[in-house]
Design a protein around this ligand. Structure first.
Ligand code: SF4
Length: 193
């Protein structure tokens, strides 16, 4: 059984004014796999992140859900928080209850229900997350360009200019594609061949 921790952010009044955060916390405590749920005023602040780390250690959490702003803003921040606490950083899910809920709804009761649903989905998702690891592998720095038309030739030249070997494959007997069939091209009337 997973040990999921749920951390719900107020973002000052950005979230707390539009959602009953306490109610979402209580609902989160009842969700399958959740062993710890709490709220905090500014989750991305130093004290907020310390609180997450402390809970990971003290509660033995193995999955974390942060309900806060868009993951574009702080997903990387919280992945690092997990890593600092000794967890794989990908055992995290972020529920966006600011941009997708608090900022776009005026009905607090409905918004609270929607936030609860988003947290529930994030909890369900995070229980399925597996640890991921970054790795570096050697690659063959040669390129294969399929088609010797004008685009293929230009791509091959650009790659070659960048210092890499290129092989062009063309099914016709000549290169140049459609370009080679034209006489002159606008606006300079250059000979296309
Ligand atoms: S984590 Fe996001 S929602 Fe929470 S205080 Fe920071 S910016 Fe606001």
């Amino acid at each position: 059984m997973r040990r999921v921790g749920v951390f719900i952010c107020h973002c000052g009044t950005n979230i707390a004014a539009g959602i009953d955060v306490g109610q979402v916390v209580e609902a989160a405590k009842e969700m399958p796999g959740v062993v710890f749920a709490t709220e905090y005023k500014y989750m991305c602040s130093e004290p907020g992140q310390e609180m997450v780390k402390e809970a990971i250690r003290e509660q033995g959490l193995d999955r974390v859900v942060i309900a806060a702003c868009t993951p574009r803003m702080h997903e990387a921040t919280f992945r690092k928080t997990l890593a600092d606490a000794g967890m794989n950083p990908y055992l995290l899910e972020v529920a966006n209850i600011r941009e997708q809920v608090a900022w776009v709804h005026t009905d607090k009761e409905g918004a609270t229900q929607k936030a609860t649903d988003l947290v529930k989905m994030a909890v369900a998702k995070v229980t399925k997350n597996e640890p991921l690891y970054t790795s570096t592998i050697p690659i063959n720095k040669r390129a294969l360009v399929i088609g010797g038309g004008i685009a293929g030739l230009q791509a091959a030249l650009d790659i070659a200019d960048a210092g890499h070997k290129v092989v062009i494959v063309e099914k016709e007997a000549t290169i140049g594609g459609k370009m080679a069939m034209l006489d002159k091209t606008f606006p300079t009337l250059d000979c296309s061949a």
